[in-house]
Write a protein that binds this ligand. Structure first.
Ligand SMILES: [Ca+2]
Ligand SMILES: [Ca+2]
Ligand SMILES: [Ca+2]
Length: 170
């Protein structure tokens, strides 16, 4: 009987683990998606200042790794702000070399996974003679914008991994 019970328990545990990712948890105010946690800050600041805030919290500005992550961000922004036209900084910049877009971890932008709006990025110089070297999401599409502009921002960091509470008990 105990063997049957044990196999039942481990089956339940594994199906739960694979369908729900219960082993990752986020601090209050952060939203979980997969193994990562996201903070949607509605305080507006420059791209650099927003990045510093994310880093002091153990993360960085968000890096969008999949269409699925993009749609999670879009729907969450729409849910929390109730708005379909609202801008948030993301962790993408071409400030080191014009036209060469890099994520905050130094990796190059995958050209097959971009969500630029029509005609963007345009490095527009009307507002800032330095052009536009930082990316914001709107939340459906991406736009390049002067890094000095003040926007809301999204931070991302790995979730806390629970070995005891969620994985050992099950
Ligand atoms: Ca990511
Ligand atoms: Ca640029
Ligand atoms: Ca632009």
């Amino acid at each position: 009987f105990s063997v049957i019970l044990l196999s039942f328990l481990s089956f339940t545990r594994f199906s739960w683990v694979f369908s729900h990712d219960p082993c990752y948890e986020c601090e209050d105010g952060w939203k979980q998606h997969g193994e990562n946690c996201y903070f949607f800050s509605t305080r507006k600041s420059s791209w650099d200042a927003s990045r510093t805030v994310c880093r002091t919290q153990g993360g960085d500005l968000v890096k969008i790794d999949s269409s699925e992550e993009q749609s999670f961000l879009r729907t969450t922004i729409q849910q929390i702000t109730g708005s379909y036209v609202i801008y948030f900084w993301i962790g993408l910049t071409d400030s080191a070399e014009e036209g060469r877009w890099l994520w905050v971890d130094g990796s190059p932008l995958n050209e097959r996974l971009t969500f630029w709006f029509f005609h963007e990025p345009d490095d527009w110089t009307e507002e800032d003679s330095d052009g536009e070297d930082c990316a914001r999401m709107e939340p459906m599409y991406w736009f390049d914008k002067s890094c000095k502009a003040r926007e809301r921002s999204i931070c991302e960091k790995p979730g806390c991994y629970y070995t005891f509470t969620c994985c050992m008990i099950f």
